[in-house]
Ligand binder design. Structure first.
Ligand code: SAM
Length: 196
């Protein structure tokens, strides 16, 4: 029942904010598990989650979190942050844009981040926002840290997605792509980058 209520909440927020939410229902268990299988959380102390929504990916991160690891989950949508605070107290849920993450790093004395797991709709962002958020992502990630994100299959040939991938390849030495996770609405693939 809980999941059903959250799915309705998610769809309602999609209707109100179609660009920032970008998908009509939350990520499937298949996509969240595939994201986790590409995000090795061993030996990680600090994990940032970008765009937590109602917590489909948060749930998997929390399951795999090391004992003393800290998870910070960011979302611009207050309705989603309310859900995360209630369902996943293990995460520090922050209602703000990823544009402002450094403010919270100062507040919580975080020097650098081991993993960034993102659900942000990169292909929906304009050139400037894409570049700004990716610069922040790269800068806060520690050396050898990993950035894991996903993209919807139908955006693959969009100029905004191609621009995003070009920026990733320019910044990160290693960028790898998963096969398509078909059991998700819409189907998606995962991108993993390592900062060398
Ligand atoms: C595709 S949804 C993913 C939600 C959830 N992680 C899932 O997989 O079901 C994208 C999420 O990114 C959030 N978002 C969009 N732009 C953001 C920004 N600049 N900073 C933080 N969150 C943002 C939206 O509010 C939304 O919750």
């Amino acid at each position: 029942m809980g999941n059903f209520v959250e799915t309705i909440k998610f769809s309602k927020e999609f209707i109100l904010h179609p660009v920032s939410v970008s998908s009509i229902i939350p990520s499937s268990k298949n996509l969240s598990s595939a994201i986790m299988s590409m995000s090795n959380l061993e030996n990680t102390e600090t994990i940032f989650e970008f765009g937590c929504g109602t917590g489909s990916v948060t749930r998997e991160i929390v399951k795999n979190l090391n004992k003393n690891a800290k998870l910070f989950s960011f979302d611009i949508n207050p309705a989603f942050i309310k859900v995360i605070k209630r369902k996943y107290p293990q995460a520090k849920a922050i209602n703000d844009s990823v544009e402002n993450v450094t403010k919270y790093m100062d507040e919580y004395s975080v020097d650098s981040v081991d993993r960034i797991i993102s659900s942000l709709p990169w292909a929906a962002f304009d050139d400037d926002l894409q570049e700004k958020l990716l610069d922040i992502t790269y800068d806060v990630l520690r050396l050898n840290g990993e950035f894991v994100t996903y993209a919807y299959l139908h955006t693959k040939f969009m100029p905004s997605h191609k621009r995003f991938v070009k920026m990733l390849r320019k910044k990160f030495k290693t960028t790898i792509f998963s096969s398509v996770v078909w059991l998700n609405v819409p189907p998606a693939f995962i991108i993993k980058c390592r900062k060398d």
